[in-house]
Design a protein around this ligand. Structure first.
Ligand SMILES: Cc1cc2nc3c(=O)[nH]c(=O)nc-3n(C[C@H](O)[C@H](O)[C@H](O)COP(=O)(O)OP(=O)(O)OC[C@H]3O[C@@H](n4cnc5c(N)ncnc54)[C@H](O)[C@@H]3O)c2cc1C
Ligand code: FES
Length: 340
């Protein structure tokens, strides 16, 4: 008997995964997992359980009424979870908070297996998860408690889902709470994590992709690229990886390896430092080939520090660039202490 993983993304950024057995409706699978999705009649009549299917294939049957879900709503990707029977892994956006659905973020423990500085710019952190591999969507992040500090920091997975070793690409900030801990972190150290979280994740790949990464904002794209490689994706994808200094360019070898594996994937690097001898200087927006924007028929994913994300958004607005899909993640620093 086959079963499917269904990701439920709540509007507060929490994601929970439930397993749907063959023929099982999403609402029932969620209930088994003690998640109270919005519902009332559970019979396809009231429309209270309406959610948006972000990806995956499914059957809604014909036992519901038009007042609960119109044909137009169905066409636009809305579903009734009390009727929806997955026919593949699915991602569902739930228009309610996780608290309202009486569920909470998962916590898990992991053991440091590698701490590898890359220039003075970043650290690759690898963790072995103590229990089962965490389920997440490529592009999502977790909160990592910084041992001994009572604080946590957020990091995007740079590894792909389904592995018991998870990895992160972390910027080195002199004096920063996480950065300081990483200086003395050793294989064998234990850390606590909470997640997965976030609505920045790779949607169903239906048109060309444009990935724009700023600094360690490369991390989620490494996860997405691995997922595309596993799926042997033939879709066109272009990554522009922009950094401040040449020394900040890390894991370029990893990206180039994907260019060799994925037939229609191309990438380029851009360095802002005007004194650099790099062939492409400036900002990612100055090195965006027109074909990568594909007259707007493109899904753009953008990730990096807030000024870079804001600059790209402004560039799109000012130049009338309206991509079909536009998703972004800001690596907002912790203004105030975030307590674990
Ligand atoms: C959703 C999300 C995902 C994230 N994913 C990643 C990721 O994959 N990789 C990653 O490197 N970071 C990521 N971040 C940022 C990360 O959570 C931390 O903010 C960052 O690593 C700094 O932590 P720290 O403890 O070393 O420094 P802190 O102790 O938080 O900061 C020390 C000082 O440095 C300042 N500061 C913090 N960040 C910067 C910066 N980038 N540039 C200049 N000054 C800064 C702070 O304002 C503070 O004054 C993410 C943030 C969010 C919100
Ligand atoms: S709960 Fe009423 S239509 Fe699904």
């Amino acid at each position: 008997m086959s079963s499917y993983n269904v990701a439920l993304n709540f509007e507060d950024g929490v994601t929970r995964f439930v397993t749907c057995k063959t023929g099982e409706k999403v609402l029932d699978a969620a209930f088994r997992a003690r998640i109270n999705l919005p519902m009332d009649c559970s019979d396809g009549v009231c429309g209270t359980c309406k959610c948006r299917a972000e990806s995956g294939s499914y059957d809604l049957g014909d036992d519901y009424i038009d007042d609960a879900l119109t044909e137009d709503e169905k066409e636009s990707g809305l579903v009734l979870t009390c009727q929806m029977v997955p026919e593949s892994d699915c991602v569902i956006a739930v228009p309610a908070s996780s608290t309202a659905c009486k569920t909470e973020q998962s916590r898990f423990t992991a053991t440091v297996s590698k701490v590898e500085p890359r220039n003075d710019a970043a650290v690759v952190l690898e963790l072995d998860v103590d229990a089962t591999a965490p389920v997440f969507l490529p592009g999502q992040y977790v909160n990592i408690d910084v041992p001994g500090s009572g604080q946590y920091r957020s990091y995007s997975f740079s590894s792909a889902p389904g592995q018991s070793t998870i990895s992160f690409l972390i910027k080195r900030i002199p004096g920063g709470v996480m950065s300081t801990w990483l200086e003395s972190a050793q294989p064998g150290n234990k850390v606590e994590l909470t997640g997965p979280l976030g609505s920045f994740y790779l949607r169903a790949v239906e048109r060309p992709l444009l990935f724009l990464a700023g600094g360690t904002g490369l991390a989620p794209f490494l996860s997405m690229l691995e997922v595309l490689a596993r799926a042997n994706s033939q879709q066109r994808a272009h990554l522009i990886y922009g950094v401040t200094r040449e020394l900040d360019l890390v894991q370029v070898d990893a990206i180039e390896a994907y260019a060799a594996k994925l037939p229609n994937f191309t990438c380029s690097t851009v360095v802002a430092d005007t004194d650099s001898t790099h062939p492409r200087k400036g900002w990612v927006t100055q090195h965006m080939p027109a074909e990568a924007l594909n007259d707007g028929d493109v899904d753009v994913y953008l990730c990096g520090p807030p000024p870079m994300v804001d600059a790209v958004r402004k560039y799109f607005d000012d130049n009338g660039v309206k991509p079909n899909g536009f998703h972004y993640e800001k690596f907002t620093p912790n203004a105030a202490v975030r307590t674990a």
